[in-house]
Design a protein. Structure first.
Length: 408
């Protein structure tokens, strides 16, 4: 069910309904009277393919104002105005949307939209805290251009982000990672040479983010520690209420961020491309060609701490640790041999040996991994989209955890 309230952003909710219908979902729209001033009733009926009303007095015999809430698997309110959020907090039910919200036990997702001053008002902040404490999932608002030329936080999230967050809330109900706290690292670290230059790698962050999204969609609460990622890669993760994004730059920063979350994590997946080395002395000023020695510059590099091995040494009981190993093998046997040697050194429960190259792995929509256990045995292999790889990885994690639980 999609509730629409009286804000200019109601035009974007048409696309929310359209995306849900195209995905095969049965969608009923409940607009408020004010919402119909922005988008008319015929539009909602045409896009949802169902009759639409705002009144509790229609279809009385079926007790429509209760039946809609009882039948809903998911309720989305977009846009959610300041007035609507206040009414939800107080439990007011003076229209069909209000009664439906009180009658439902389904997950409720709200996408706030209002001017910045209204969003920052103490009353709205109090209402949002109350709704979150009741389990209401909040998507946005974003910072950007608002009605009347203003700009700031209060812009309703884009339809795709709202739909993704809403469907993730439904899929998390009773799913196989439910109740687990997961930490995932993603992206490539950057080790500064001077204020302008750095040592980096080609990681886009897509695989790590796909791992985090898959975990959230399967019910886990996720902390995503993101180093450098390509533009737009974090958008979907940032919109999901089950994912909290923590940013990091260097290997040391990423290691500290992961370690800070590790104490309470059930599963840690180190998918980030972490630099093995950093510059021994970072110049406080840009290194100039004019002052450089004839023939070129030599950089002294020192080894970074091994984050994965450190996590394994400090692990707590019942914790599952997964590593990634990017390799450029000449053949499959070489790939496995390198992976097994690395697995023996690291001590992780699982190691996803990631085949990379000029056109493989990095900066690509597809990936190929071979997943081996601590003893070097192949437990899974997957070639396909990074979402496919993420699904295979979580299947392997669940299998390991189940096996470990049986041996206790």
């Amino acid at each position: 069910m999609v509730g629409v309230t009286g804000g200019i952003a109601a035009y974007k909710t048409v696309q929310v309904v359209r995306l849900l219908v195209k995905a095969g979902h049965d969608v009923h729209v409940i607009p408020t009277e004010d919402a119909l001033r922005f988008v008319g009733l015929p539009t909602w009926e045409a896009i949802s393919r169902h009759p639409v009303t705002t009144s509790v007095h229609d279809d009385v015999a079926r007790v429509r104002h209760v039946a809609l809430g009882q039948a809903a698997d998911l309720v989305i309110v977009a846009p959610a105005t300041a007035n609507t959020l206040a009414k939800m907090t107080a439990g007011l039910a003076d229209d069909l949307l209000g009664t439906t919200l009180l009658a439902t036990t389904a997950p409720v997702v709200v996408a706030p939209a209002m001017h910045t001053e209204m969003w920052r008002h103490p009353a709205t902040e109090h209402n949002m805290a109350t709704l979150r404490s009741r389990g209401v999932i909040v998507v946005g608002p974003e910072e950007g251009e608002l009605t009347g030329g203003d700009s700031g936080p209060g812009r309703m999230s884009e339809p795709e982000a709202i739909v993704e967050a809403a469907l993730a809330a439904v899929s998390a109900e009773g799913s196989d990672l439910g109740g687990l706290r997961v930490v995932v690292s993603a992206g490539g670290t950057r080790e500064p040479i001077d204020p302008v230059r750095y040592i980096g790698n080609r990681s886009s962050g897509r695989q790590g983010v796909a791992v985090a999204l898959a975990a959230a969609e399967r019910g886990a609460d996720v902390v995503l520690v993101a180093a450098h990622v390509d533009d737009g890669v974090l958008d979907a993760a940032s919109a999901l209420p089950r994912v909290r994004v923590v940013r990091a730059g260097t290997a040391a920063e990423l290691g500290a961020a992961v370690e800070a979350q590790a104490a309470t994590a059930d599963v840690i997946v180190m998918a980030a491309a972490v630099a093995d080395y950093r510059v021994a002395e970072v110049s406080p000023l840009k290194r100039s060609k004019e002052s450089a020695p004839v023939g070129g510059v030599t950089l002294d590099l020192i080894e970074n701490d091994d984050i994965l091995a450190g996590l394994v040494r400090g692990r707590r009981g019942g914790q599952t640790i997964v590593g990634f190993a990017a390799e450029t093998p000449g053949d499959g046997e070489t790939l496995l041999d390198r992976g097994r040697r690395k697995a023996a050194r690291k001590g992780a429960d699982l190691l996803a040996v990631n085949e990379v190259g000029w056109s493989k792995g990095f900066e690509s929509a597809d990936n190929a991994v071979t997943i081996i256990d601590a003893g070097g045995e192949v437990v899974a292999a997957r070639r396909g989209s990074k979402q496919d790889v993420a699904a295979a990885l979580w299947d392997a994690v669940l299998a390991v955890r189940e096996s470990q639980a049986k041996t206790k």
